[in-house]
Design a protein around this ligand. Structure first.
Ligand SMILES: [Zn+2]
Length: 321
């Protein structure tokens, strides 16, 4: 197959590309998902690869310290029967990539195959074990396969649904309803006031970590209103202007983090202690220090996260309303 000019093999320069899971580079060929002859042809090519998930965890080929999550289709079949399969897209060389969900790798296979590893996506991102584009494709596969695993029955009539559109839709044979994979938007915001920013600590955070406030968007809400509501609920202050900065696919299980900067109208916090252990205002110098992960005092979230990008960009003066 010729080189695929629609796939993106270089890093785009927008801020989103600096977050983990954001680089993907596949040409998804979404207009051809309903073309069975095209998909059959791809499945018949010896170069075609698939990413294999056992539940929520990807299986990786391991060679010393090197990891590769792509399998030839014949090799993937030996890992276990496929429960779901989806077409992800073509890479820059024209090679097709699919995603396969298997029930679980048998204990015998796991014991017998020291050339395989199972490592969750958070660890792969935190330890930078894979190139950014490979991590992005795993995120695409995880969110999509996770949706299939949790949406086997029709939300309209309760009948068992069938996969269609090469893995990008489920069809209900009983009531003809079509169900599409979900993406759940979450707003995450760097709140600024008089040269300081607002950071908080949720009860489940690792020790000493503070971060931007965040929350799921609700039905009938703009991004700006979701930012204003979340900050008012969690910190008790009003927000004026809100600007979008960057976004990040977050495959736990299928979120899109929408990173914003927001202007606080006051500094007097009323903290909702069900949501936040603590919250406070920090200067640029204090945030720069947190980003260096000091041995004492507050630390920032790790680099693959959009919270880290927001805090770093703000501290360096790249992020403004
Ligand atoms: Zn139905």
């Amino acid at each position: 197959m010729p080189a695929n000019l629609h796939a993106i093999d270089t890093l785009p320069s927008e801020p989103s590309a600096e977050t983990g899971f954001a680089i993907n580079g596949l040409d998804r060929q979404s207009e051809r998902r309903e073309d069975p002859a095209f998909i059959r042809e791809l499945l018949g090519q010896t170069s075609t690869r698939t990413l294999v998930f056992s539940g929520d965890i990807p299986i990786l080929n391991r060679d010393g310290l090197l990891h590769d999550p792509t399998f030839l289709l014949a090799d993937a079949q030996r890992l276990g029967p496929a429960r779901e399969t989806a077409f992800l897209g073509l890479d820059a060389t024209g090679t097709a990539l699919f995603a396969t969900l298997i029930d679980s790798m048998s204990a015998e296979t796991q014991q017998a195959r020291d050339d395989l590893a199972m490592i969750d996506l958070r660890t792969l991102a935190l330890q930078a074990l894979l190139p950014p584009a490979v991590l992005g494709r795993l995120a695409q596969a995880k969110s999509l396969l996770g949706w299939h695993a949790r949406h086997r029955f029709c939300a309209n009539c309760g009948a068992r649904t069938e996969v269609s559109l090469s893995g990008w839709r489920r069809h209900c044979p009983a009531c003809s309803a079509a169900h599409f994979p979900r993406t759940d938007p979450v707003v995450i915001m760097l709140v600024e006031q008089s040269g300081d920013c607002l950071l908080g600590r949720q009860p489940g955070f690792p020790p000493r970590m503070v971060s931007c406030l965040a929350g799921f968007m609700e039905a009938g809400e703009t991004i700006e209103d979701a930012v204003r509501r979340e900050v008012r609920e969690e910190a008790g202050i009003g927000i004026g202007r809100v600007s979008y900065f960057a976004s990040q696919p977050w495959p736990f299980p299928a979120s899109l983090m929408i990173g914003c900067i927001a202007e606080a109208q006051s500094r007097d916090l009323t903290i909702d202690h069900d949501e936040l252990e603590t919250a406070g205002w920090y200067s640029r110098a204090e945030v720069m220090k947190m980003l260096d992960a000091p041995a004492e005092g507050p630390i920032a979230p790790p680099k693959p996260s959009i919270a880290n990008l927001l805090m770093r960009s703000w501290a360096m003066g790249r992020l403004s309303l």
